[in-house]
Design a protein around this ligand. Structure first.
Ligand SMILES: [Zn+2]
Length: 549
């Protein structure tokens, strides 16, 4: 089956196409060269005058796993609300089904989404939930850094090589795409009643610092050849003055690749009468100094949401702000902890208004949009369904000012936003949400429209209101099949999970086995994720991408 998209205005940074009129050809789910005039085309879509990009990629969105399910159970009333308004308004919280997740992402032109926080002990649950999300390809980052086995190995002065093997084993057993570290050592220290944990604080009983844990795991990720750099949730999330922490973390990376997640929550100074100010400019200056660092923003947008995180220290510290007033903190086996705290961001709140402004400042101050990624840390800053609004905020200065005017007057006085007149171009949007995102994750087969790429394509009808434009794509193709037409889902395809398989010395299995037998309620055989766990044996569930060697 040969398909042609004719006459589209193509934005494809990987091929440096900035609004070029190009035809695209699809065969067997893959983009191919122009086959020439003699070849019969089976299907033609006239997309003249429409904007054409690769399918978008979300590098950090909590769409599956224990925290997500806990949020679903915690907030049944939000679910009822949401069901009543189904597909008419952005839904408010994490209380949505896997079907909604797939459909709502797809209709915005997204075709790949990465779940950034898979606790290894929850890996099978994460993968089963992701397998139930229609249309999207997914991937998950495995969490280490608060687990008892790693900290024991470090306390016992294990070699970096042995730790690399443990990390490699974990990535393999959990079918991960990369490694996530959340407040390294902090969740473990929390169990000893530690309520504040900085980069050079020591985990009680283990005698290792947060910095040592982070650097050890960063090196392991690098030496194993994992394409995606270690994905870091820093210490001191949400604490005024924490820009110092994130700058110290950039330095601690020692020139090796590192990705810093949802940095808006770390761009906080403590100036002003309230002791809370924007440090976005200082943070972005840091990004200029460290070319080995990439980051995603974690933009805050106003409305009801629910915060979910493995950072139990941060979650516990905000539980009194829970709205509605109920919350969950949990701990799983010997691996980590977390919390679920519902929250409403209010335009009338000084702090929330400044958070909103800080995120936008970071986007607008970024010299290279290829290193600053588009996220709301769904659902922590806002549900992903608010993305069209965020596109409009980035692309429309007047709209930004109108929104700013509605905020607390002290926010207006404390932000640079009035002076930041930049408006993102389609090319920059395509870079941030397609080309650079694919490169950051090591997914070379997507994020671009060159021959050989999977045919994941989003077609939009231009509109001065960018929120309208990006809310409902005109057409979306996934693996060469039309899945969205005029914002409606027309075929429910299944996606695949994107993984990597780094080499490691398999003798580490003995160490892990002994640890499991001694401390876990779960047996090691029930822990590993394998193909037979998935219901559709005819379809390959896991797609393996190459490591860097
Ligand atoms: Zn997150």
């Amino acid at each position: 089956m040969l398909i042609k998209l004719t006459g589209g205005i193509v934005y494809d940074p990987a091929q440096r196409l900035d609004g070029a009129i190009r035809d695209l050809f699809i065969q067997d789910g893959v983009i191919v060269q122009d086959p020439g005039a003699d070849i019969r085309i089976d299907q033609v879509y006239d997309v003249t005058g429409k904007v054409v990009m690769a399918g978008a990629i979300d590098i950090h969105s909590h769409i599956a796993g224990g925290n997500v399910n806990t949020a679903r159970v915690l907030l049944p009333e939000q679910h009822r609300n949401h069901m009543a308004r189904r597909l008419n308004q952005p839904f408010s919280t994490a209380k949505w089904s896997t079907t909604d997740t797939g459909y709502r992402y797809a209709r915005m032109g997204y075709t790949t989404v990465v779940e950034p926080a898979m606790l290894p002990v929850n890996a099978l649950d994460v993968h089963l939930q992701m397998a139930d999300i229609p249309i999207l390809d997914t991937g998950a980052l495995a969490i280490l850094g608060n687990d008892d086995l790693l900290l024991r190995l470090m306390r016992d002065k294990a070699s970096q090589a042995q730790i690399n093997d443990y990390v490699g084993w974990t990535l393999h057993a959990t079918r991960a795409l990369g490694l996530k570290v959340i407040n390294a050592g902090g969740a473990n220290a929390f169990k000893s009643n530690v309520r504040q944990f900085d980069l050079d604080d020591i985990v009680p009983d283990y005698g290792v610092s947060s910095r040592q844990i982070l650097q050890t795991l960063q090196r392991a990720t690098y030496e194993l050849g994992v394409p995606h750099p270690v994905h870091v949730h820093c210490n001191n999330l949400g604490v005024p003055g924490n820009v110092e922490t994130v700058l110290a973390t950039m330095e601690a990376a020692q020139g090796l690749p590192m990705h810093l997640a949802h940095v808006q929550f770390y761009a906080y100074g403590k100036e002003g009468t309230r002791g809370f100010s924007s440090a976005a400019a200082q943070l972005m200056e840091g990004l200029r100094r460290y070319p080995n660092i990439s980051m995603d923003v974690g933009q805050v947008l106003f409305g009801q949401t629910v915060t979910i995180s493995g950072d139990v220290i941060a979650q516990y510290s905000r539980h009194q702000d829970a709205s509605p007033n109920k919350w969950v903190m949990w701990d799983a086996e010997c691996e980590g902890s977390g919390g679920v705290v519902p929250y409403r961001y209010r335009e009338t709140s000084f702090v929330n208004g400044l958070q909103w402004a800080i995120g936008l400042e970071m986007f607008l101050l970024a010299e290279d949009p290829g290193r600053v990624f588009f996220t709301t840390d769904h659902p922590n800053g806002a549900p992903f369904t608010c993305y069209p609004q965020l596109f409009r905020l980035l692309m429309d200065y007047e709209y930004r000012l109108a929104c700013l005017d509605k905020l607390h007057p002290d926010v207006v006085a404390m932000t640079l936003l009035k002076d930041l007149k930049k408006e993102f171009s389609f090319y920059e949007i395509a870079l941030m949400t397609r080309a650079a995102a694919a490169a950051l994750l090591g997914l070379n087969d997507r994020g671009h429209l060159a021959p050989g790429a999977v045919a994941a394509i989003a077609v939009y009808t231009p509109n001065d209101d960018k929120e309208v434009m990006f809310d409902r794509a005109a057409l979306v193709f996934k693996n060469g099949r039309l899945v969205v037409r005029d914002g409606d889902i027309v075929e429910r395809l299944s996606g695949q999970s994107q993984t990597i398989c780094p080499d490691f010395d398999s003798s580490i299995r003995r160490v892990v086995q002994q640890h499991f037998d001694r401390f876990y309620s779960l047996s090691l055989n029930n822990f590993r994720v394998s193909d037979v766990d998935f219901a559709k044996p005819d379809q390959q569930r896991f797609m393996i991408h190459a490591c860097r060697h």
